[in-house]
Design a protein around this ligand. Structure first.
Ligand SMILES: [Zn+2]
Length: 308
């Protein structure tokens, strides 16, 4: 197994072409050992990586498709962002040892956003890019012109913003800001692999347009008189058949539609009554669909946390 290489970086697709629950991993080779960005490639990828003297694993965010293999490298230091440190610690404590959601052994360290670091002799900056999740970030290698855009993944499905801490407008803003980064190569986490600048610049707007298409379908359905209870079966985000058959897809559809309705209200459109009925019909509470977190170590000294 080998992936595309840019300088010391190897881009390793996960199993099933990095479709969730798998994702793409970056391997950065150094003289003293290697660093991973994310660790959700699947068993075949982990077998390859176990030969690579992995000393450090940096997780872009807490979703299991990016973290699930980290526990298989007990000799490596695992770092995450300031938002996800507490979350991953709690997850590790809560889940049974054999659970796929027991993602990582102890998370030892927090990396700071927007501070130039050196990993395996390669310069790296973790750019905070909230929206997909609140702590989500895009690893940037300035000397190599590589930006890992991760879950800004340009898939034909479109953007994923169905977590309690996801935010649609933040997603759009973060995605647009990736174009301001001086990069030549844009590495996605799922299916599509790597894009060069011209291609990425062309495809990103089409990908973000899917958000507006979903919202237009939502508005049309409401206009047609579709009830809040039935709105989830209108093929707005997922196909209705999948929503009917799969509980987690129903959940994502509910979350996504609730977030779109809130976004419409935020943008001054008259959806407050419909939103209230939607929330009631689907037994959702506002705090389930819009959770605002502070970073785990907000107001504390990150370095203090790192010395433990
Ligand atoms: Zn994710």
């Amino acid at each position: 197994m080998t992936g595309e290489k840019i300088g010391p970086i190897e881009i390793i697709m996960g199993e099933k072409q990095s479709r969730a629950p798998y994702s793409t991993t970056l391997l950065i080779r150094g003289r003293q050992g290697s660093t991973l960005i994310d660790c959700g490639g699947g068993p075949a990828v982990y077998a390859y990586l176990r030969e690579q003297n992995i000393r450090q694993i940096l997780l872009t965010h807490f979703h299991p498709d990016h973290t699930s293999g980290a526990a298989l490298f007990p000799e490596a230091q695992v770092l995450t962002n300031p938002f996800d440190y507490g979350r991953l610690l709690n997850q590790a404590k809560r889940e049974a040892d054999d659970s796929p959601y027991r993602p990582v052994g102890p998370i030892q360290l927090i990396y700071p956003y927007h501070q130039l670091m050196t990993v395996s002799e390669t310069k790296l900056l973790m750019i905070h890019a909230p929206g997909h999740s609140d702590g989500f970030c895009c690893p940037y290698f300035p000397d190599l012109g590589v930006l890992m855009v991760g879950d800004i993944d340009l898939t034909s499905f479109g953007p994923w913003y169905f977590g309690p801490d996801s935010d649609i407008d933040q997603f759009i803003q973060s995605a647009q800001q990736t174009l301001e980064v001086d990069a030549k190569y844009f590495v996605t986490s799922h299916q599509k692999g790597m894009f060069e600048l011209a291609d990425y610049r062309q495809k990103l707007p089409q990908y973000l347009e899917i958000i507006e298409q979903r919202e237009a379908r939502l508005k049309q359905a409401v206009k047609r008189g579709c009830s809040p209870g039935e709105l989830v079966y209108e093929n707005i985000i997922y196909y209705a058949d999948n929503v009917r058959q799969t509980p987690w897809i129903l959940r994502n559809e509910q979350m996504g539609l609730a977030k779109h309705l809130l976004r419409l209200i935020d943008h001054g459109e008259p959806y407050a009554d419909y939103y209230a009925e939607f929330m009631q019909a689907h037994r959702l509470q506002r705090e389930q669909i819009r959770q605002l977190h502070q970073p785990s170590w907000y107001g504390r000294d990150w370095k203090g946390a790192n010395q433990k």
